[in-house]
Design a protein around this ligand. Structure first.
Ligand SMILES: C[S@@+](CC[C@H](N)C(=O)[O-])C[C@H]1O[C@@H](n2cnc3c(N)ncnc32)[C@H](O)[C@@H]1O
Length: 435
């Protein structure tokens, strides 16, 4: 890439007119106004997520200083970090179309906060290559007259769009070059947050950790998986140095409004699968796949149930735990703190008692299945198993119709159909607290 001279983006009337005409304002209910084109919006961190990530730094001992984002895109994550830490930001963006919008977004966010903080006064966005560390810092210092050290480097590199898998070298800017360029300009105990693709393999995670520990040997690191409970890993990030928490792995569950409904930390251990035929009367719990990905499933299981639980399925979007009692229901488990209780249930998608087997799940059998569910006192049946995406809605609407037809007066319990080692099962849903 040819060297480009970094330029400070000035927020003047001309820049504002450009933003109004090229990228309409998008504003989440609880967030600041953000200018973003459709393309930027696809990659921008939603405000609720950006704010939650910044709040995770509240317990960290970060030195006061500049928050650097050398590939800042819309500037949303940078703005959330600056606003929460009340520290100035330095963002760098390679795209000449995006950089002026990021500068306006950062300024608007400073005004929107209305809390008297002045972090946006010495914040700057530069149009340039985030790898040109020396030039960027020099221009920033001349322009802002700030002599503060860099206290945190956050980066969310661009990756190939829609790629299920990609190599580390495809990240832009490349992590190794970026971190080596900034390391000499940062304090020895650097705080970093590296936002990575949730699809990185374990080997790729090791490669990222090796890049960091080559540059900052012995720096503590925490891998973080973030989930919003939609049966997938929403975000994967590596927190380094003062940004790390005392444990190597952290799992964070956010609710719809971006508040934490569960944070679970620990050390990774392999998940033990024990597939036995599931019996009627056993309890089936579909958990968040992040539990497995984070290596924290075994530690979570020990808190969730003492009644000999076993993992029946650990792959895909519906890891399934089988236990002889509902989770957190025995005497000892009932005495856990409210926080632990919430944490355990925040990683549960659904749980219930197994009440019947279904030999096959086919459209011509739905009437029979619905009749069986109705006879067992169930008022509804939701499909909670992997099905062909074209078939799933057809089956579900036929189930809903049939359940309405046979609806029994006294049937009030919702149910669901899950899949375990020995086939499809009808379950009576437990009324556990929804996370
Ligand atoms: C995933 S987006 C960042 C999104 C950002 N977290 C947000 O909240 O909007 C990555 C950004 O890095 C920019 N980028 C890629 N290579 C860069 C480089 N060498 N220097 C600076 N920015 C770069 C891309 O143009 C893109 O806007």
């Amino acid at each position: 890439m040819p060297a480009i001279q970094p330029v400070v983006m000035v927020v003047d009337e001309k820049a504002k007119d450009y933003a109004e005409s090229s990228a309409p304002i998008r504003q989440e209910l609880s967030g600041p106004p953000i200018h973003a084109t459709n393309e930027m919006h696809r990659f921008a961190t939603p405000w609720t997520v950006a704010r939650a990530k910044s709040k995770l730094l509240d317990d960290c001992n970060l030195e006061p200083g500049i928050i650097l984002d050398p590939a800042c895109g819309s500037g949303t994550q940078l703005a959330a970090l600056c606003a929460n830490l009340n520290q100035p930001g330095l963002g760098v963006e390679l795209s000449g179309a995006v950089a002026p919008l990021a500068a306006i977004n950062l300024e608007r966010c400073g005004d929107w906060a209305e809390d008297g903080s002045n972090w946006s006064e010495s914040s700057r966005i530069l149009w340039g290559n985030g790898i040109d560390a020396n030039e960027i810092l020099q221009i920033y210092r001349e322009h802002s007259e700030s002599t503060l050290p860099i206290s945190l480097l956050h980066v969310d590199p661009a990756r190939p769009p829609d790629a299920q898998q990609h190599s580390l070298s495809e990240m832009q800017p490349p992590l190794d070059k970026l971190l080596s360029a900034w390391a000499p300009l940062m304090p020895p105990q650097a705080a970093l947050i590296l936002d990575l693709s949730p699809r990185l393999s374990d080997t790729q995670r090791e490669e990222v950790a090796a890049i960091v520990s080559t540059i900052w040997p012995n720096s503590p690191m925490t891998w973080q998986w973030m989930t919003q409970g939609r049966g997938r890993i929403d975000r994967l990030s590596l927190w380094v140095g003062p940004a790390a928490c005392p444990q190597p792995n952290r799992l964070v569950r956010l609710n719809k409004s971006g508040d934490f409904s569960g944070i679970f930390t620990g050390e990774s251990e392999p998940t033990v699968v024990n597939q036995k035929d599931v019996e009627i009367g056993e309890h089936l719990t579909i958990t968040d796949p992040c539990l497995i990905a984070s290596g924290l499933a075994e530690s979570w299981k020990k808190i969730a149930s003492m009644s000999e639980p076993r993992w029946d399925v650990v792959t895909g979007r519906r890891p399934t735990l089988i236990s002889s009692e509902p989770i957190l229901s025995t005497f000892h488990e009932l005495h856990v703190s409210e926080k632990t209780y919430e944490m355990v249930f925040s990683f549960v998608q659904i749980s219930g008692e197994v009440v019947a087997y279904i030999p096959e799940l086919e459209i011509h059998l739905i009437q029979e299945i619905a009749q069986k569910a109705g006879d067992l006192g169930l008022s509804s049946l939701k499909l909670r198993c992997a099905l062909n995406p074209e078939l799933q809605p057809k089956l579900q609407s036929k189930i809903d119709r049939e359940m309405r037809n046979i609806s029994q007066q006294n049937a009030s319990n919702p149910g669901f159909i899950a899949e375990a080692n020995n086939g499809y099962l009808i379950c009576k849903e437990h009324d556990s607290p929804a996370p």
